[in-house]
Design a protein around this ligand. Sequence first.
Ligand code: HPA
Length: 268
Amino acid sequence: MLEEIKKTAAWIKAQTHDFTPEVGIILGTGLGDFADRIETEYALDYKSIPGFPVSTVEGHKGRLIFGRVEGHRVVAMQGRFHYYEGYGMQQVTFPVRVMQQLGIRYLFVSNASGGINTSFRVGDLMVITDHINLMPNPLIGPNMAELGPRFPDMHNCYDRELIARATRIAEEEGIKLQYGVYVGGTGPTFETQAEYRYFKAIGGDAAGMSTVPEVIVARHMSIPVFGVSVITNCGLSDEVGDHEDVQRQGKKAGVRMQRLFERMIKEL
Ligand code: HPA
């Protein structure tokens, strides 16, 4: 596995003339527009990258973008790999391993989720303060000791300093933020009403189908993580979740999300 990761990283380095990103960004559902804010130097289609899985979900482009945001070098995943697409956890998290080899010192993630905290509204941005993993753990299997410990600590998975900075920036920018615990399930079904109640009962504020595997792998390698979720539906209301609505709401909130991410990167 480690060999494959290194091979892919070496191939990318050769293609990008040793571009060394400081920040890795995973652009989730409806938030691909952030790619337009990157002064792009290189863009690689996933399908051209040896070892990379290929994204299949509608609205996910499937490119790795290298460039600058506010003067900082970033690598952004336009489109991510979901467990529900049928990829193994090693594949879902492969790009994060590769980004670490390329040199990232921070991981920024975004996603869409269903609010289960009843004070949340559709279109809210939720800073992820913690998560509950209801998917298979991506670290199951032989430990890659060169990358991190067998039993990684998961306290403060989402970096406290970055959260504090987001709070200050949001105040300055007039962006309303919610805070909460992201419950990562496998999908692809949205939750039943009983499941939303269950997620709430165990301490969740929002339900989603991504992010947790990538964050676990980043934390295995001690990379500080910042994550924001767009609340695209309210799980405990009677309305039904559907993929198009998720994409539409994600796009609308994307403008505020982009502003926040830009300022966060500027201040690194
Ligand atoms: N559940 C799981 N994933 C989601 C949801 C949801 O309600 N909304 C957007 N992604």
